[in-house]
Ligand binder design. Sequence first.
Ligand code: UDP
Length: 330
Amino acid sequence: MNVLVVGGAGYIGSHCVRQLQVAGHTPIVLDNLVKGHKESIPAGVSFHEVDLADSPKVIEILKSEDIDIVMHFAAFIEVGESMQDPLKHYENNVAKTISLLKSMREAGVNKFVFSSSCTVLGEEAEPPFNETMPLRPISAYGQTKADVEVILDYCTKAYGMSAAIFRYFNASGAAEGGIIGEDHSPETHLIPIAIQVALGQREKMMVFGNDYPTPDGTCLRDYVHVDDLSRAHIAAFPLLEEKGRLLTYNLGTGTPASVLEIIKTVEEVSGRPVPYDLAPKRAGDVPSAYADSAKAKSELGWTPQYGTIRSIIETAWAWHQSHPRGYEDA
Ligand code: UDP
């Protein structure tokens, strides 16, 4: 399959590009490089530096590259920023996705894979989260993802296009060999921050709250390896052959880890201390979020190959250790 990976120079997109190659597909990268890193694109992969708003260009690429499937990873992901500047997130995450879907219709491409998030489920949901729970996001970011999920529901019914939605829990880790990995600016995620402390790039870190109703009082999250996420996406391709299909999957290992467990594991893997201070709870954090991925397991035959938090952190450590300044060191 010729697969257009929109946002293919970003964290999850760049890992998916490599997994597509492993699975024998031909990835073609489209990225405006606002957040993505050109250095993450493998040599020999066709790359188009284009914004989704440039519909004539997108249509031309869809046709000239003979695209069979579009995978869409390009989104702004910072929850705090989405609350301060919601229109920025709506424009990028919703309006540009609508542009992309219209371009696909124009070019006659009708298979779509969308990168969503467990944040569409909101605060009231009780873990483990399955796919039957209602959409109740509590941030503008989460709402943009939920909006696209609803748009895809209508589009698959109206236009005969087929779509697979994947809701990630905590995407983490890096490709084996440490050649590509996580490089966000600003970095807000727990594992890379703990690793930056281990590397001496930060003196210490904050643990946001330690009186949650969890075994050690810190939040429980479901950390799932990016390559496992990518493999689930690719496993859905055959199911998209049927017109009008809308598939939704929650992707996680189902085994959560606490903030303190993550810090301890980073200390073990790196062999270095990770000092921290206790800080007030971060707005919007739920005590516990983990996936029920039984549907992905039964329908896609998907099982995460990285089943332990240690195995995930080892790959993240290899990337950060060899690229302490991220892609500046590539
Ligand atoms: N967290 C923390 N200190 C940090 C960053 C994150 O204690 O410097 C906590 C955060 O409150 C949450 C968990 O780590 O409970 C995972 O946060 P992250 O931002 O990585 O992912 P999220 O679950 O918010 O998508």
